[in-house]
Ligand binder design. Structure first.
Ligand code: PMP
Ligand code: GLU
Length: 392
């Protein structure tokens, strides 16, 4: 057999994608499985997005574009971020990526040297630690507690700071917890990170999915003040409901973007030109649908939280964004079903509902529900889950 690199042997497959594929496979076999596993909106994208793609096809836009993206699309991203976060980013501060995922991956590749440490408050999106490993860096997990809405404080972070710490990853609202830092809380952490000369990567992929009265939080003002210390990652997978079209972007210092562009030019080149044109129309089109989607998600969140809170012994921090809820369920574990993986396997077998075990996000006491499905499906899923839990 081929001898694979040590690098690839250090990482695991993405559990969210694997579990979703397993649920799809069971469905294909004729089993009725409800998947609350993957973080993917169920809404159709706005017409503007589809029209943008159609126009690109009609105009036969089949050629390569610059690796960083088409200039007019870069301008649209600037306009969008400037409108929401008043940052006055320029074209040379932006690069379009194959999803936020590639944005994060490439940042690790261009910023980390072997053994550089990256602070990751956990529970965290499962790809962060593996992306750090793939860049030969060292992920340093900073644990937080459900009872405290999974918020990390500068005091928590300080305990894990070493002379090798280079990057801090922040993600609000959070995947997997749905918890969301206020701008003030977030600023406290950024202020601390800047005082330690860390590089902040702010993953803002769920910024349009924050539930009022909470407001979106951004690292934008820190980017304005300390452009060499901040990169913002965002994308269209969640808010604009086009995860399969793979559009993300990074906002950072011109020199960061230059190096990023060099990597992209030698690896994947530009993002699909049709998806880029869809992005242009999405970001410059009517954004009224965002509000409507938020309202739907609030209704679903209220419903699922109420049902989860009815289960005795469960601690359920109330999400204020994204479309996840991450309750602590270890009080329900038994001698045999004694971790989050076994608990989710039990619920898949007994309740026919696919969920993601908390262990893959760094907390084996919790499980993740993605409530990006309609209320009827949620109702059915929760009825089946509660029935299965009663049997434990
Ligand atoms: N960050 C977080 C926190 C996510 O949940 C996701 C979802 N996959 C991403 C980044 C990347 O998403 P995408 O690559 O589809 O833009
Ligand atoms: N971010 C989503 C999730 O957590 C999509 C799958 C993935 O890329 O991990 O389910």
């Amino acid at each position: 057999m081929v001898k694979f690199s040590q690098r690839i042997q250090k990482v695991k497959p993405s559990a969210t994608l694997t579990i979703n594929a397993k649920a799809a496979e069971l469905r294909a076999q004729g089993k009725e499985v409800i998947s609350l596993a993957v973080g993917e909106p169920d809404f159709a994208p706005p017409e503007s997005v589809l029209n943008g793609a159609r126009e690109a096809i009609d105009k036969v836009m089949t050629k390569y574009t610059p690796a960083a993206g088409l200039p007019e699309v870069l301008d649209a991203i600037c306009g969008y971020y400037n409108k929401f976060y008043s940052i006055d980013a320029k074209r040379q501060n932006i690069i379009i990526t194959n999803g936020g995922k590639q944005g994060l991956y490439n940042l690790m590749q261009i910023l980390l040297d072997p053994e550089d440490e990256v602070l990751i408050p956990a529970p965290c999106w499962l790809s962060y630690p593996d992306m750090v490993l793939l860049a030969d860096g060292k992920p340093v997990i900073v644990p937080t507690e459900a009872e405290n809405n999974f918020f990390v404080t500068k005091e928590d972070l300080e305990k894990y700071l070493t002379s090798k710490t280079k990057i801090l990853i922040l993600n609000t609202p959070s995947n997997p917890t749905g918890c969301h830092y206020s701008q003030e809380q977030f600023d406290e952490i950024c202020k601390w990170a800047i005082s330690k000369d860390l590089f902040i990567i702010s993953d803002e992929i769920y910024d349009q999915l924050v539930y009022p009265p909470a407001k979106p939080t951004s690292a934008s003002k820190w980017f304005v003040r300390y452009p060499e210390n901040v990169a913002i990652v965002n994308g269209l997978s969640k808010s604009f409901a086009i995860p399969g079209w793979r559009v993300g972007y990074v906002i950072a210092h011109e020199e960061v973007i230059k190096n990023f562009s060099k990597l992209q030019g030698q690896s994947t080149s530009n993002v699909c030109s049709i998806a880029q044109m869809a992005t242009l129309k999405a970001l410059t089109g009517d954004l009224g649908f965002l509000e409507k989607n938020r309202e739907k998600f609030i209704e679903r969140k209220d419903y699922i939280v109420k049902r989860i809170q009815e289960i005795k012994g469960v601690v359920c921090p109330i999400p204020t964004g994204a479309f996840y809820v991450f309750p602590r369920v270890d009080a329900l574990y038994t001698d045999k079903i004694n971790n989050s993986t076994k608990f989710c396997e039990y619920l898949l077998d007994e309740a026919s509902v696919a969920l993601v075990p908390g262990v893959v996000f760094g907390d084996d006491r919790c499980i993740r529900f993605s409530y990006a499905v309609d209320i009827k499906t949620l109702e059915k899923a929760m009825d089946q889950i509660i029935k299965a839990i009663d049997k434990l």
